[in-house]
Design a protein around this ligand. Structure first.
Ligand code: GLU
Length: 489
């Protein structure tokens, strides 16, 4: 490749980052890193009506969480800044004025009322809505008159009136659009603010962007961009439009399909490596049937040629499955570390857990690692390891702790455990079973009542392993407390 790769992720801060945009960021980052290129983060905040305070921070947090580090952009600086468009408005004015001076753009004085009634007429006549270019052909006198009146104006970019605009897309191949369908779009609003279509092109050029990777909802705007590059005499970058993301049955992807923002996946207890892996396979293929791939394997295999044209099904079930796989392949230390925020927000751990808290957690982790699919499920599953008094499952109490023989059974188990020399899993198991047998309750008949008594639940991690972690005192205390649950006639 002749030029060093410079690519950008250019989100608009309109709320919590959408997972589809995060996929774009991921592909862009992979391309940059795979080519020793520069990954730029640019915030496209020109649309002040859709601006949501705090979203830039969420975008940055999402990128950091996934490990998509940027080389230039907010918080990083760089030679092409500022990287937030609202800080570049003067530049857009300069470049649009240049086009006006060259006759490639014009001031349009049409009022909102005129535009609205024009659109209504077009719709009524079954025509595609679009600006009728009245101000494109104003005479110098008409223009002078508007200026003398001080009429507010926008700046529109002239699009060719006929012919075809063709561009090459790295994913979709050659794409042609009829120019007569291209509107003379607004570059600068009457308040002086720039619009996305213009600012985006100016910045891509000024920031030396070599490749644009983005969602395919931008394919239809690209001919406008190409004409703008032509007006300026700039070489357009290469384009790669990623496939559409869909929900089940090919429907447009929506929240109800479980597609939420990247930070919400984090809060639901997805691992960043699982989300990274899952997103990478949405519209890209390594060329074989690998599914579980590490970040390095993905980096090695990624290329624009691997981007697929067909819509990509956003299968949340698959993400959940992958997440479970990643949870199982985590080290105990890392899993414990990942679980801390979830346990803190469930008030099972203090905000700043001590060494002893962490050591205790690391003993619990292996007991749940095999079954968990989302980290957010864990607090509920492990609450009994922390509780002073248990929240008993009422159905379980009814089924396993309500017979007249239960107190004697629990007492015999407690006695056997009290006599144990060493508090080991095997020792606990042998003691519980033999105490049960001595009371005529073997296997499940003793295990279920004991599980209910010491965990408050009918399901959960291996009972003897859990008891070993809980410790003798706590188990004996709970066996005693459970006697009180048995109804007395
Ligand atoms: N600001 C646009 C968006 O958020 C960026 C489109 C592009 O990458 O050119 O979707």
């Amino acid at each position: 490749m002749s030029q060093p790769v410079r690519v950008r992720y250019a989100p608009s801060p309109t709320g919590s980052p959408h997972i589809g945009n995060t996929r774009t960021a991921l592909f862009t980052w992979l391309f940059a890193r795979g080519h020793g290129g520069v990954f730029v983060l640019r915030i496209e905040d020109t649309d002040r009506e859709r601006f949501v305070p705090g979203s830039q921070e969420m975008i940055e947090e999402g990128l950091r969480w996934l490990g998509l580090d940027w080389d230039e952009g907010p918080g990083k600086g760089g030679d092409y800044g500022p990287y937030v468009q609202s800080e570049r408005l003067g530049l857009y004015r300069e470049y649009s004025d240049q086009l006006v001076a060259e006759g490639k753009a014009y001031r349009c004085y049409c009022t909102q009322d005129r535009l609205t009634s024009m659109r209504e007429q077009q719709t009524a006549a079954g025509l595609p809505p679009g600006y009728d270019r009245r101000c494109r052909d104003l005479t110098p006198e008409q223009r002078a008159e508007e200026e003398a009146k001080g009429s507010p104006f926008v700046i529109r970019i002239k699009m060719p009136l006929d012919g075809v605009t063709t561009f090459h897309d790295e994913v979709l191949g050659d794409i042609s659009f009829e120019n007569r369908l291209l509107d003379d779009f607004v570059a600068i609003k009457s308040d002086g603010g720039s619009l996305y279509n213009f600012a985006n092109v100016v910045d891509d050029h000024l920031m030396g962007i070599t490749h644009i990777i983005r969602g395919n909802e931008f394919v239809s705007s690209t001919p406008r961009f190409i004409n703008l590059y032509n007006h300026f005499g700039w070489e357009p970058p290469k384009f790669a439009h990623c496939s559409l993301l869909t929900g089940p049955g090919g429907a447009k992807l929506a929240k109800r399909h479980g597609a939420v923002g990247v930070l919400e996946y984090r809060d639901q207890g997805m691992l960043p490596e699982a989300v990274f892996n899952f997103l990478s396979l949405l519209g890209w293929s390594p060329g074989d049937d690998r599914e579980l791939m590490s970040r390095d394997e993905i980096l090695q295999a990624f290329s624009l040629e691997g981007l697929t044209k067909h819509p990509a099904f956003f299968d949340v079930e698959k993400l959940v499955w992958m997440n479970g796989e990643y949870i199982r392949s985590c080290s105990i230390d890392r899993l414990a570390e990942l679980l801390v925020p979830h346990l803190v927000s469930a008030a099972l751990l203090p905000a700043d857990p001590s060494e002893a808290d962490l050591a205790y957690l690391k003993r619990i982790v292996p007991l749940i690692q095999e079954r968990v699919k989302r980290l957010s499920e864990v607090p509920e599953q492990v609450a009994f390891f922390y509780a002073d008094s248990l929240d008993y499952d009422p159905k379980g109490v009814k089924k396993w702790l309500s017979s007249a023989e239960t107190p004697a059974l629990l007492r015999s188990v407690a006695d056997a455990l009290g006599d144990l020399d060493a508090w080991t899993i095997d020792g606990i198991e042998a003691a519980v079973r033999s105490a049960g047998e001595s009371m005529g309750a073997s296997g499940g008949k003793v295990i279920h009542p004991v599980r209910m008594a010491v965990t408050g639940r009918t399901t959960g991690p291996g009972l003897f392993e859990a008891m070993e972690v809980l410790g003798r005192d706590r188990c004996l205390h709970r066996l005693k407390a459970a006697e009180g649950l048995v109804p007395v006639d």
